[in-house]
Design a protein around this ligand. Structure first.
Ligand code: ADP
Ligand code: MG
Length: 245
C-alpha cells in the first residue's frame, strides 16, 4: 500500500440480521484528503463511518488505518482508535466537567499526560476552534454550535491522524451551523485527513477533494465535487441532489 493512503477499505460488508446495509465498499483516502459522503437517509453512511473505527464490526472485508488492519482480530483496537477522532451529530460532552476538563480527561487517562501538558494541548486546540474564553464554562452554558466546536477540539487533543465526522451540524439551529463548518474548513486547510458525512452540499462543494454518493450500501458515484454535485452521471445521484439542493 502506498504510504500516503491513510484509510483503505476493501469489499466492506455489514449486515444487521438479514438487512445488508453495506454491500461491498472499496475506498482509499490519502493523507490530507477531505472526502465528503452524501446520500439518502438509511443508505449506510453512518454504518460505514462506524465500521472505519470499529464501533460496528464489519460482516466482511477489511479496513486498514494508517497501516494497521483494524479488522484483523489480533489488532489492538484501542490503540488504532486513538488515531481517529470522531465527531457525532450529538456532541456527547461530559456535562459534569467544564470545557478544559472535557479536553484533558482522555489525554490524562489514556495518554498519561500530566495535567500541565494536557492543559497546554487543550488550550491550543480551544484556540483552534475559537473558544479560548470558554475553558471554564460547562457544556450546559454553551450553545449547540459551541458545544460541537468543543467536541471537535476534544477529538483533536488526541492528535488523531484522521477525523471522522457524522453529520456534525444536523442537530444545530441553522444560525449555528456556519461556525462549525468554518472550524471544519480551517482543519481541512491545515491538511487534516477528513471523512465527513454531511447534508451540507455547499460545504461539500467548497471543501471536499472528493464527494461520494452512497445509496443502498454501495458507492453509486464519486469524483471531484464540481463533477458529482454539478454534473452527476447517475440517475440516483441526480434524484437525490434534486431533492436536497
Ligand atoms: P444513514 O447514516 O445513511 O442514514 P445508517 O448507516 O444509520 O444510514 O443505517 C443504514 C441501515 O442500517 C438502516 O436501515 C438502519 O436501520 C440500519 N441500522 C443501522 N444501525 C443499526 C443497528 N445497530 N442495528 C440494526 N440496524 C441498524
Ligand atoms: Mg447517519
Amino acid at each position: 500500500m502506498a504510504d500516503d493512503v491513510v484509510i483503505s477499505i476493501r469489499d466492506l460488508h455489514k449486515s444487521f440480521g438479514s438487512n445488508e446495509v453495506l454491500r461491498g465498499i472499496d475506498l482509499d483516502v490519502v493523507r490530507g484528503e477531505v472526502v465528503c459522503i452524501i446520500g439518502p437517509s438509511g443508505s449506510g453512511k453512518s454504518t460505514l463511518l462506524r465500521c472505519v473505527n470499529l464501533l460496528e464490526v464489519p460482516s466482511g472485508g477489511t479496513v486498514t488505518v494508517d497501516g494497521t488492519e483494524i479488522t484483523d482480530p489480533d489488532c489492538e483496537i484501542d490503540d488504532a482508535r486513538r488515531t481517529m477522532g470522531m465527531v457525532f451529530q450529538q456532541f456527547n460532552l461530559f456535562t459534569n466537567l467544564d470545557v478544559l476538563g472535557n479536553l484533558t480527561i482522555a489525554p490524562r487517562r489514556v495518554l498519561r499526560r500530566n495535567r500541565a501538558h494536557a492543559e497546554e494541548i487543550a488550550r491550543a486546540n480551544l484556540a483552534r476552534v475559537g473558544l479560548s474564553e470558554k475553558e471554564s464554562s460547562f457544556p450546559g452554558q454553551l450553545s449547540g454550535g459551541q458545544q460541537q466546536r468543543v467536541a471537535i477540539a476534544r477529538a483533536l487533543t488526541m492528535e488523531p491522524t484522521v477525523m471522522l465526522f457524522d453529520e456534525p451540524t444536523s442537530a444545530l439551529d441553522p444560525e449555528l451551523v456556519g461556525d462549525v463548518l468554518d472550524v471544519m474548513r480551517s482543519l481541512a486547510e491545515e491538511g487534516m485527513t477528513m471523512l465527513v458525512v454531511t447534508h451540507e452540499i455547499q460545504f461539500a462543494r467548497e471543501v471536499a477533494d472528493r464527494v461520494l454518493f452512497i445509496d443502498g450500501g454501495v458507492i453509486v458515484e464519486q469524483g471531484r465535487p464540481e463533477a458529482v454535485i454539478t454534473d452527476p452521471q447517475q440517475e440516483r445521484t441526480r434524484n437525490f441532489l434534486a431533492r436536497v439542493l
